[in-house]
Design a protein around this ligand. Structure first.
Ligand SMILES: NC(=O)c1ccc[n+]([C@@H]2O[C@H](COP(=O)([O-])OP(=O)(O)OC[C@H]3O[C@@H](n4cnc5c(N)ncnc54)[C@H](O)[C@@H]3O)[C@@H](O)[C@H]2O)c1
Length: 309
């Protein structure tokens, strides 16, 4: 594997800060963060990891030592760019901004620097389209909150070399992530394709008056949602057998939602300004207390699941 020591995160926003923190897990790594504006990376990471410290998953000393290996710059001429062995881009989700960021990085980084994009939806083939050396470019889709969710989808473009993908998989595994390889550059990669197939069906059930939103969520949380962390869908299919899986699909697939457009119900809520947590109403009504509880409850749940604390 190519030796990686200096890592650069381009874009120090919500995802970039957490990704920078993740890489400090390996004490050999020096992490740089480059942004077009001043960002207090350390303050952001301290805030995002406060619950980990509170619950004893991370000591203050460990946190401070890890922060001491993160440097920040707004200067494109900084050695944090020219010396980087691997770059993870986490700038705005905008094709032109991403392309111009990589064009700039291509001028400043070495020929063999590995380039990764954290785009959640955009094609790595299209983002890297105009680069001179496209085989060293790959997608690395971290999930939010990046310092807690283990999955990173490593997405090959139409030109990513096997060596690049393999090196990135090993680097990510080395800092405690669970990288998975997406062998084809397809919209939604692996996990979002499944997540949104579920959301489409969930919305359709509400739209067709089969159950209300609260009931739909309850049906998931108290059934297959509980076993999912232990039993993936294909393990589950193997467990029940191909014969039963075939019979169920033969009967039910024809009745499932297969629309290729956002649902009329979603369109209507959007048009009415019902934007979920942002406005206090979406599929359900939300009080400020319920919103606060849902947000902090999620982090506490993830820490309990991942660290048992
Ligand atoms: N927010 C999520 O839940 C999530 C999850 C997975 C992936 N992503 C992806 O991660 C990327 C970053 O998302 P975010 O939520 O951290 O955004 P953000 O807006 O919080 O941060 C983006 C940062 O990039 C900087 N930036 C923008 N253009 C730049 C440029 N040309 N040069 C240098 N810095 C620049 C901004 O100043 C900002 O600090 C996006 O591609 C997004 O789709 C986001």
């Amino acid at each position: 594997m190519k030796e990686i020591k200096n890592i650069l995160i381009a874009g120090g926003g919500m995802m970039g800060k957490n990704i920078a923190f993740v890489f400090t897990k390996n004490p050999a790594y020096r992490v740089g963060v480059y942004d077009m504006k001043e960002v207090d990376v350390a303050a952001g990471i301290r805030q995002n990891t406060a619950e980990l410290v509170e619950k004893g998953v991370l000591t203050t000393e460990e946190l401070e030592e890890r922060l001491s290996r993160i440097s920040f710059t707004t200067d494109k001429a900084s050695p944090l760019l020219s010396k980087a062995d691997l770059v993870v881009e986490a700038v705005f989700e905008d094709m032109d901004v991403k392309r111009s960021t990589f064009a700039m990085l291509e001028e400043r980084c070495r020929e063999d620097t590995i380039f990764c994009t954290n785009s959640s939806v955009m094609s790595p083939s299209l983002i890297s389209r105009d680069l001179r050396k496209r085989d060293r470019f790959v997608g690395t889709h971290f999930w939010n909150p990046g310092h807690l969710i283990p999955l990173v989808e490593v997405v090959k473009s139409d030109a990513t070399s096997d060596e690049t993908a393999q090196t990135v998989m090993e680097v990510l595994a080395g800092v405690g992530k669970e990288p998975v390889l997406c062998k084809k550059d397809v919209p939604g990669f692996i996990a979002n394709r499944m997540q949104h197939a579920l959301w489409r069906e969930a919305i359709s059930i509400v739209e067709n008056g089969i159950a209300d939103a609260e009931t739909v969520d309850k049906a998931v949380k108290y059934s297959f949602g509980l076993r999912l962390p232990q039993l993936g869908p294909l393990e589950n299919a193997d467990m029940v057998g191909m014969d039963l899986t075939w019979s169920i699909h033969d009967y039910i697939l024809q009745y499932l939602e297969d629309s290729h457009r956002p649902s009329p119900l979603l369109e209507q809520l959007k048009a009415e300004g019902k934007q979920g947590f942002k406005t206090g109403e979406g599929f359900r009504k939300w009080t400020p207390e319920q919103i606060q509880e849902a947000n902090s409850g999620l982090n506490s749940y993830l820490i309990k699941m991942l660290y048992g604390k």
